[in-house]
Design a protein around this ligand. Structure first.
Ligand SMILES: Nc1ncnc2c1ncn2[C@@H]1O[C@H](COP(=O)(O)OP(=O)(O)OP(=O)(O)O)[C@@H](O)[C@H]1O
Length: 340
């Protein structure tokens, strides 16, 4: 649905000579109906990337295809037309203060030449969809941040887009409003069959709503994929950002071997404990880590301190890998049973 091929964006540097390569050869594919995230540190090119998708920025080179149309080949007037099939939600809402909630939702329809009666009907329907039907007559100053963002989402949906682009849509909101807005985005995605591309610097947002994500660094994609796959991949910088691996020193100084395991719904910690404790008679203590819900599944990274007959540990590690558990031996420990 959204496809970027080897996209580069070079800007003249602000206030000095030279150039800034904001996006440096990015290729990306987001399937229809997918909820995709773009994460990365400040200045890594996230905002530029999202603006390249709806051609608010033209790529210096490379192609941008949305819904089968190569937008980067189109002249400006055709780009403006194509942009109507994409809604956009911003960090600071960008609502018109002088207009009511309904007036803001009607605004893009007005610009598109939709008649008054139809605009009103559609705005009322959209405000109901975002649970703000009762506040249609309120001005932005009378709404909370979360409510303003709901109005902005209703406005973004006014033109019946197929794609919704969200640029730090929850970064200006408190925790409760963030949860509400993310629930809403997930619901409208499902109800309207939207494809969503969301950029954020908050990993919790990605974990709550995204099916897939890419990690940008200095304009390049350094990692990415479906979260279910990324989280069980070895040496993945994106997995490390989503679920930081527990530090090895969390279990240092207590003897025994240290083992880092990644557990999932398919290979939960019960499988690990059954093998290590139940079958091999080792003692296991959780020295660090956490288990969380990500992309609707349960994932965890745990640091285990294993004591007992450590001569059996190598075999156990192989067994666990065969059972689909990602296992890494951080510190071998002293095999108490060795030589016996
Ligand atoms: N119009 C522009 N002119 C010159 N440089 C720009 C322009 N837009 C972005 N840049 C530069 O491109 C790089 C990427 O910026 P961008 O805003 O896309 O990053 P970001 O990951 O969204 O950062 P943040 O999270 O801080 O918003 C930065 O070095 C930025 O200064």
């Amino acid at each position: 649905m959204i496809e970027l091929h080897d996209v580069r964006k070079v800007f003249p540097a602000r206030g000095r000579s030279g150039e800034v390569v904001a996006v440096d050869g990015v290729s990306l594919r987001v399937e229809a109906g997918e909820f995709a995230g773009v994460v990365g540190p400040s200045g890594s090119g996230k905002s530029t990337l999202v603006r390249l998708v709806n051609l608010l920025e033209r790529p210096t080179s490379g192609s941008v295809t949305v819904d089968g149309q190569v937008l980067s080949d189109l002249p400006d007037d055709r780009v403006r037309e194509a942009r109507r099939s994409m809604g956009m939600v911003f960090q600071h809402f960008e609502l018109l203060d002088s207009r009511t909630a309904a007036g803001n939702v009607e605004h893009p329809l007005e610009l598109a030449g939709v008649g008054r009666a139809e605009r009103r009907r559609r705005a009322a329907e959209l405000l109901d969809l975002v649970d703000l039907g009762e506040r249609a007559g309120a001005h932005p100053a009378q709404l909370s941040g979360g409510q303003k963002q709901r109005v902005a989402i209703a406005r973004a949906l006014a033109g019946r887009p197929k794609v919704l682009l969200c640029d730090e849509a929850t970064s200006a909101l408190d925790q409760a409003s963030t949860t509400g807005v993310l629930d809403l985005l997930r619901r409208v995605r499902a109800e309207l069959g939207l494809t969503v591309l969301l950029i954020t610097h908050e990993m919790a947002v990605v974990k709550a709503v995204c099916d897939s994500a890419v990690l940008l660094d200095r304009g390049r994609v350094v990692d990415g994929g479906r979260l279910a796959e990324v989280l069980t991949r070895e040496h993945s910088p994106l997995a490390d950002a989503l679920l930081p691996a527990p530090a090895a020193d969390a279990g240092a100084g207590h003897g025994g071997a240290l083992v880092r395991v990644t557990v999932t719904d398919r290979a939960p910690e019960t499988v690990v404990l059954q093998t290590l404790v139940g079958e091999l008679g080792l003692a296991v203590e959780v020295a660090g880590g956490s288990v969380e819900t990500v992309a609707g599944g349960r994932y965890g990274r745990l640091l285990l301190r294993v004591t007992g007959d450590l001569g059996r540990l190598d075999g156990a590690v192989h067994r666990l890998r065969d059972d689909g558990v990602l296992v890494e031996q951080v510190h071998a420990g002293v095999a108490a049973g060795a030589g016996r």
